[in-house]
Write a protein that binds this ligand. Structure first.
Ligand code: TRP
Length: 328
């Protein structure tokens, strides 16, 4: 079975784009792959955070992932800082990453430009920590969007370099495009991906939001000044997004759905109904988990234990191959 690793930042709640584009595939693939799902709290620290913020966000994210159906007995769901080998391996890999390589990372350029007061060196060396996340688990595949491809390429380069300097240590992973999930766009700016950092809240549907708000957001989604319902993401991005969401939520083909509508109103109300139907059971499960915080803690302890077994073995292999002197 192939090993798949996904890292998710604990910053802000999950939204519909995360669910339809990624999390739903993870849940469906459980059992067919060995899945590691890591809440990357150490990565979240690369930009300034208030005390307590990252810890709270990590628990919220764990709860949401469990509510979406990640099964802690089938998959390994854990928090990055609970497995100290991430930080330790991160250092070993920083020492095998070129300054020039990091300097070419476009995400660093984008993110550092947005930080006005303080750009941490952690933000710069972040891809080495990401490489550690992936390489610790002998990962074969990393499902990522276009924005993360460059980091996976760098991970491969680091793995190959380390193996040639110190001997066979790491499996060289590959980036895979997430399975044909929906690419959900912002409801107000349908040419941008749905995102938690969007300019306005009304374009993003959060999994945990009040469902009456959800229906309103969909009914107010930007369309266009025509009246024709047609699946054409280039010419009619707003309408195509609604059809894509309705299709993903009801397991139907968006282009075929278009034939069933001649007006935007009914398309919007059916899409709203479908999304509400999709989110209702997730929200029920979320509120059960909120009332039972111990079960979330227990799942994370189990996850950290499972992750540690593999992470410790890989870290020891790296240290031995480098030839650091063992204690005792
Ligand atoms: N860098 C990723 C992001 O910004 C998060 C991440 C951290 C990650 N470690 C990872 C993704 C390992 C895939 C594999 O979204």
């Amino acid at each position: 079975m192939s090993t798949v690793f996904s890292g998710i930042q604990p910053t802000g709640g999950l939204h519909l784009g995360n669910l339809l584009g990624a999390v739903r595939n993870w849940v469906d693939n459980q059992g067919d792959t060995v899945g590691f799902f890591c809440i990357v709290d150490l990565h979240a620290l690369t930009v300034p955070k208030e005390p307590g913020e990252v810890g709270k966000g990590s628990i919220e994210l764990a709860r949401e992932l469990l509510a979406c159906g990640l099964d802690p007995t089938e998959s390994t769901l854990f928090i990055q800082s609970h497995v100290p080998e991430h930080a330790q391996m991160g250092w070993l890999l920083q020492c095998n990453t070129g300054f020039g390589e990091l300097n070419r990372m476009t995400q660093f350029k984008d993110k550092s430009a947005k930080q006005k007061d303080f750009v941490s060196s952690g933000l710069f060396s972040y891809p080495s920590l990401q490489a550690a996340d992936i390489l610790l688990y002998d990962t074969n595949q990393v499902p990522v969007g276009a924005d993360q491809r460059q980091h996976i390429e760098l991970t491969r380069d680091i793995a190959v370099r380390f193996n040639s300097r110190y001997g066979e240590t790491f499996v060289v992973p590959e980036a895979v495009s997430p399975a044909a999930g929906a690419r959900v766009m912002d409801l107000q700016n349908p040419t941008d991906k749905m995102s938690k950092s969007a300019a306005t809240e009304s374009g993003t549907i959060y999994l945990a939001e009040d469902l009456s708000k959800t229906a309103k957001k969909i009914k107010r989604a930007v369309t266009d000044s025509e009246v024709e319902v047609r699946y054409d993401p280039e010419a009619k991005p707003g309408v195509a997004n609604l059809l894509g969401i309705l299709g993903a939520a009801t397991d139907r083909d968006p282009a075929a759905l278009a034939d069933e509508y001649s007006q935007y109103g009914p398309l919007k109300s059916d899409t709203a109904d479908a999304v509400v139907t999709l989110l209702e059971p997730i929200q029920e499960r979320l509120s059960e988990l909120q009332q039972d915080p111990d079960s979330v803690t227990a799942a994370l302890i189990t996850g950290a234990r499972k992750a540690s077994t593999t992470a410790q073995a890989t870290y020891q292999r790296a240290v031995q191959n480098i030839g650091l002197t063992p204690p005792g």
